[in-house]
Design a protein around this ligand. Structure first.
Ligand code: HEC
Ligand code: HEC
Ligand code: HEC
Length: 478
């Protein structure tokens, strides 16, 4: 009896929405034909209208008022599961703010939106069955895809990318980032200077060697006195392109990041910046060189500023970049196929941008329980982003790592639990996308990932084309 009642209400609600849906549709057609020329604000209004009409806010905004039909019995229960899940995995609020004040929408958000629009995946089918006025029309889809292309062109295109690749979720590395070469030179020295550690045993390079892909290739890093750290070391190469640093994103900038290790008791364990500054000041030649660039002399903020400046030079262009810049011969057919799979299976909606990651936090195990399958006891580090936000919903969310040079940076994941790149690819498909890849697809994806191994040109190396070619800072790919 109750079920029949709920069903009837659902049908009524659906009918109501259906009718208003048709009215909306006519409005849009009308608006379209009378619009003289598309201006940015008209485009923004169109996007908001599409998102409104299709109840996108209903499941993807924490703040938007729910539409009236949400309170009808049955309707609400029907999609509470979708609302909870939708809110966890995609927030329109950030996108909406960007629409409102013309700031850049997140690159990962754009890629995800593109994916669901292209696959006609949203709203979810079981929602559309009841709310049959929703579902993106072809015109809606085109409008959204055009908006995404405009946003990418406005905010994210790397200068020099081939015209055909301007609208890709992944972009080539920039040729260089603006830096002050004098600070870079100091930062390079400091990066290799063990005096940053309590017993002069470790420098940044001890765990981020530039000749081994910017990592230590250990499951978890070893700090001073052989102390075992909590997570696997990510690479410093291309880290300047990340929106946040560390697996849990607890540092916003490279400078903020560089302030961590020297005083971290498990890493370099210095007692204070004073202690480090005292030791460096006892070296007059270094202290004098430093004061020439930083007139107020050695200090924590100045030391980390110089290191961060140096890290901005750690870019590693690869064959993939040459390909995106228009050299069609730079990749093999299998590598190109791997890149197509990288986009079509959905890897690129998390591993997005010039570093193929570093732009967003994602749940490890969004499509299956990675941690249960791992078997090892849970650690504090497994809490990921929640350690910073203290929001239980952020448990097991991590910064999506960049994938450049990934062939050199084993073992993989924040816990360093996987040693083989092919296995990491399989696990990603399983736990992030809920799919099982064929071995041929694993081959192609892995071949593509290997094409991301790049070359680092140290800032001191001769830059002119006539000078002898600088040797690659780490092994060329096999
Ligand atoms: C009834 C609730 C509901 C509505 C309405 C809805 N969504 Fe979703 N959305 C979900 C759920 C649930 C997920 C998570 C899907 C999953 O991973 O299983 C999701 C995921 C997404 C994602 C993330 C996909 C990814 O790869 O992470 C995007 C983008 C998205 N929705 C956009 C939209 C847009 C645009 C609309 C309106 C056209 C919309 N949604 C309407 C429930 C909804
Ligand atoms: C004992 C080994 C060790 C030392 C020494 C060390 N690091 Fe790290 N580094 C790590 C580990 C482990 C992480 C990941 C920590 C986390 O995410 O919680 C990390 C993270 C980073 C990141 C963030 C990269 C990303 O994608 O999130 C950067 C950048 C970095 N280190 C640079 C430095 C610099 C600069 C120094 C010297 C001041 C330094 N590291 C010293 C082990 C080390
Ligand atoms: C829903 C977002 C998401 C999707 C989709 C996704 N990844 Fe990931 N990827 C992550 C996160 C988050 C991590 C880090 C997880 C951890 O360390 O626990 C990661 C880690 C990785 C790593 C290990 C990198 C390292 O340095 O440790 C590789 C390799 C990788 N992904 C490849 C892929 C491939 C290939 C695909 C497509 C088959 C894919 N990913 C799809 C979010 C995603």
């Amino acid at each position: 009896m109750k079920k029949i009642f709920v069903g009837a209400v659902a049908l009524l609600a659906a009918g109501y929405l259906g009718l208003s849906g048709i009215a909306w549709y006519h409005d849009t057609l009308h608006a379209e034909s009378s619009a003289a020329q598309p201006v940015a604000s008209a485009e923004t209004a169109q996007i908001r209208d599409i998102l409104n009409r299709n109840a996108c806010y209903y499941c993807h905004s924490a703040t938007a008022a729910l539409p009236p039909y949400a309170s009808l019995p049955g309707i609400r229960q029907l999609s509470q599961y979708d609302i909870d899940k939708g809110q966890r995995y995609f927030r329109l609020d950030a996108l909406f703010n960007a629409l409102r004040d013309g700031s850049p929408p997140g690159q990962a958000d754009l890629a995800k939106l593109e994916r669901v629009v292209t696959n006609d995946a949203m709203p979810p089918m079981r929602f559309r069955l009841v709310h049959w006025s929703t579902g993106l029309s072809q015109h809606d889809q085109q409008t959204l895809l055009t908006w995404i292309a405009h946003q990418r062109k406005r905010w994210y295109v790397t200068p020099g990318v081939a015209a055909a690749f301007e609208n890709e979720p992944v972009q080539p590395l920039p040729q260089a980032l603006p830096t002050d070469p004098r600070k870079v030179a100091l930062g390079m020295q400091l990066f290799h200077d063990p005096r940053l550690s309590v017993d002069n045993s470790l420098s940044c390079a001890s765990c981020h060697s530039l000749s081994t892909g910017g990592v230590d290739n250990r499951k978890r890093s070893l700090g001073v006195r052989g102390q075992l750290g909590g997570v696997n070391a990510p690479t410093v190469f291309n880290a300047a392109l990340n929106h946040m640093q560390f697996w849990d994103g607890r540092a916003a900038t490279l400078q903020g990041q560089a302030g961590g290790p020297p005083l971290n008791p498990v890493e370099m364990a210095s007692a204070s910046w004073q202690q480090i500054v005292g030791e460096l000041n006892a070296d007059p030649s270094f202290a004098n060189a430093f004061v020439k660039v930083y007139p107020d002399g050695l200090s924590g903020p100045n030391i980390t500023d110089a290191i961060a400046e140096f890290e901005k030079t750690l870019l590693t262009p690869s064959r993939f970049d040459a390909w995106l810049r228009g050299n069609t011969e730079a990749l093999s057919r299998e590598e190109v196929h791997g890149y197509q799979l990288f986009k079509s299976t959905g890897c690129a909606s998390c591993h997005v941008g010039a570093n193929l990651g570093g732009q967003s936090f994602e749940r490890m195990g969004r499509a299956g329980d990675y941690f249960a399958a791992r078997g090892e006891a849970l650690t504090e580090a497994d809490n990921g982003r929640a350690n910073v936000t203290h929001d239980p919903r952020d448990r097991q969310w991590f910064k999506v790592p960049g994938l450049r040079n990934v062939a050199l940076t084993a073992p993989y994941f924040h816990d360093g639990s996987v040693t083989d790149l092919r296995e990491a690819v399989r696990k990603m498909a399983q736990y992030q996308l809920g799919t099982t890849l064929s071995e041929a697809d694993v081959d192609a994806l892995t071949a593509f990932l290997k094409s991301l191994t790049g070359t680092y040109v140290p800032p001191s190396a001769p830059m002119s084309a006539s000078a002898p070619a600088p040797s690659p800072a780490f092994a060329a790919q096999p």
